[in-house]
Unconditional design. Structure first.
Length: 415
């Protein structure tokens, strides 16, 4: 079982107002911020993740390091304003659109690092290993070529980025998915990584993916991973959506973190994570904004709980025997997984909520977390401090206007 410390208070009363630890965003593809709200027209009666992916690939093909930097700046400033103080960037747009590496093979990664530094957000950069177009090992399609590496090329990229680590940057490894990474390559890469490197993987987002894994590898994705890798606290399993009870218990027992992305999983029609059983098994979890159709920890946490209510016809699901408040339990959950999933220990990041907001009038230690997460849509984040640096003041990122201008230019270029 994961030995994770649980903070006593999720939101604390201080002389400056209600204060809560910065929230880690465990899953992001920054470039997808540029297409938020642009894939909501039916192209086929059976529209699904797989038809959405076509739109996403068309957008991905247009990016270069400059436009990626501009879009990531906007996204990271929005994250900070929403109360996220760290982001795990699951980054696979490595090469030029035709698949050839840029003159600096790390140019796209460095665009993300620069955006994180410029905005002041903590970055856990997870360069993605992406090798195959499916479980059968078929080569990457034309539009997937800019994602691809062989094992040696990947490790060279990883090493060059890992050497850049500092107080605000951690570099870990992402395996795109079991369908995109053959088993021998997974072992070669995992064995070559430094012991401190975090490992993230898209694991079981789609039913078709589960079926294909069963057909080719003879096991469901989570089942296969638990049997074939030393899954432990270094691992984060993203979209552990489709689980059977044995897998739910297996992840919880491994000490791994699950990254749940409720708004994206809803937007893509993925399915619902078995939260109640997983919490009962003591599993560690956090949230991610993934495709960025929403950039708000409030909305992720709210919909994590609401999805369970809609499915079970009950209320107040995310609780523990010693924590009857849903809001407190949810905030404690994301705080408890933070260091383990991001690689940042003991960070001094915090968020101050707007004590003058009517929604918080008369709030108490016992109900402030519930009021923050479960009432209204006004952003209550007033101030955000990352590593002692005040990056959001009066609800605005310090460079909000300049970043928005650059973003608008980049979007016009991309469209
Ligand atoms: Zn993802």
């Amino acid at each position: 079982m994961a030995a994770m410390s649980t903070p006593a208070h999720s939101v604390q009363r201080t002389p400056e107002g209600w204060r809560t630890p910065g929230i880690a965003n465990l899953h992001s593809h920054a470039f997808q911020r540029a297409m938020a709200g642009m894939a909501e027209r039916q192209s086929h009666p059976e529209d699904s993740f797989w038809t959405w992916r076509e739109t996403m690939y068309a957008m991905a093909a247009r990016f270069d390091p400059d436009t990626l930097h501009a879009v990531a700046l906007q996204l990271y400033a929005e994250m900070l304003e929403a109360g996220y103080t760290g982001v795990c960037e699951f980054h696979y747009l490595h090469h030029a659109p035709d698949g050839r590496p840029y003159e600096d093979p790390a140019a796209m990664s460095k665009a993300l690092i620069a955006a994180a530094r410029d905005t002041g957000i903590r970055l856990t950069l997870l360069p993605v290993l992406y090798m195959a177009g499916g479980f059968d090992g078929r080569p990457l399609g034309e539009r997937q070529k800019r994602f691809g590496h062989d094992v040696d090329g990947y490790l060279r990229l990883f090493d060059s980025l890992h050497a850049m680590q500092d107080d605000a940057l951690r570099v870990g490894c992402a395996l795109h998915s079991l369908r995109a990474v053959p088993a021998d390559a997974m072992h070669a890469v995992v064995d070559a990584l430094p012991r401190d490197a975090r490992l993230h993987v898209h694991i079981a987002e789609q039913v078709a993916e589960v079926d294909e894994c069963l057909a080719v590898r003879g096991a469901r994705p989570v089942e296969w991973l638990l049997d074939n890798a030393a899954v432990d606290a270094r691992w984060t399993l993203v979209h552990a959506t489709h689980l059977v009870p044995k897998e739910t218990a297996g992840i919880a027992a491994s000490g791994a973190t699950v990254a749940i992305c409720p708004t994206t999983e809803a937007n893509l029609g993925d399915g619902l994570f078995p939260l109640r059983d997983y919490l009962a098994a003591g599993g560690g979890w956090g949230i991610g904004s993934d495709s960025h159709i929403s950039v708000s920890p409030v909305e992720e946490l709210r919909w994590l709980e609401y999805g369970q209510r809609l499915a079970t016809h009950h209320r107040n699901i995310a609780v523990r025997a010693d924590s009857p408040s849903v809001g407190t339990t949810l905030l404690q959950g994301v705080a408890a997984s933070r260091a383990q999933a991001t690689g940042f220990d003991d960070v001094d990041d915090h968020v101050l909520l707007d004590a003058a907001a009517p929604i918080l009038a008369g709030a108490t230690d016992d109900d402030v977390a519930d009021r923050w997460l479960f009432s209204g849509n006004r952003n209550l984040v007033r101030e955000v401090v990352v590593g002692g640096d005040r990056v959001v003041i009066d609800g605005h990122h310090r460079d909000r206007d300049a970043i928005a201008l650059r973003y608008a230019k980049a979007i016009n270029q991309l469209l």
